[in-house]
Ligand binder design. Structure first.
Ligand code: HEC
Length: 166
């Protein structure tokens, strides 16, 4: 009997992969490991930038995320993490409410903003109700971090030294 198992095993693997993929899609596994009221640091530790990229679909009606892609209804968001608040686009007409906030986009601030923009900045023109789920926000913040100049430099293949002239 046992000797019949190996030929079947390769067939089981794709099924298993699909099953695990479905779990990580919704973050069920991570949610269970984090417990009832996870701390922000713990959420960021397990954040999934790839899933955050899919969640960015919720923002894409108003925001671009690629370098040089410009503004839509909202300012372009390439390299926004760590930037001065209301400072990521030179051309965008930010509200006085957002401009008066000051400081830079830390992960914690981005988390508060994405929870409920109008609660954090009354009078903002970002008409978006917010993302109630903490893991969704962490995944999205992890994604924003990957769309940055620093991440681009880090993932560039090492430059080959130019060949010497004879
Ligand atoms: C309906 C359009 C709309 C949607 C959807 C939207 N935004 Fe915005 N966003 C705006 C506008 C408009 C502003 C400028 C707000 C202001 O000046 O008060 C803004 C500003 C921002 C800023 C500040 C940028 C800076 O330079 O300081 C960030 C960060 C941001 N949005 C992230 C997001 C993310 C992430 C999502 C998706 C979860 C999202 N937004 C969804 C319209 C939108």
């Amino acid at each position: 009997m046992i000797h019949r198992l190996p030929p079947l095993f390769p067939l089981l693997l794709p099924t298993l992969a699909v099953f695990l993929g479905a779990c990580s899609d919704e973050g069920g596994e991570r949610r269970r490991s984090l417990g009832e009221a996870p701390r922000f640091d713990d959420l960021m530790r397990v954040a999934d930038a790839e899933r955050g990229g899919r969640l960015f679909g919720r923002c894409a009606a108003c925001h671009t995320i690629e370098r040089g892609a410009g503004d839509r209804n909202g300012p372009g968001l390439f390299d926004v993490m760590g930037k001065p608040v209301a400072g990521n686009s030179r051309r965008f007409g930010y509200t006085a409410s957002l401009r008066s906030l000051g400081g830079v986009w830390t992960p914690e601030r981005m988390d508060a903003w994405l929870t409920a923009p109008a609660a954090m900045v009354p009078g903002t023109s970002m008409h978006f109700s917010g993302l109630p789920d903490a893991l969704d926000r962490a995944d999205l913040i992890a994604f924003l971090r990957t769309r940055s100049l620093a991440a681009e430099v880090a993932t560039q293949p090492e430059r080959q030294p130019a060949p010497r002239e004879p």
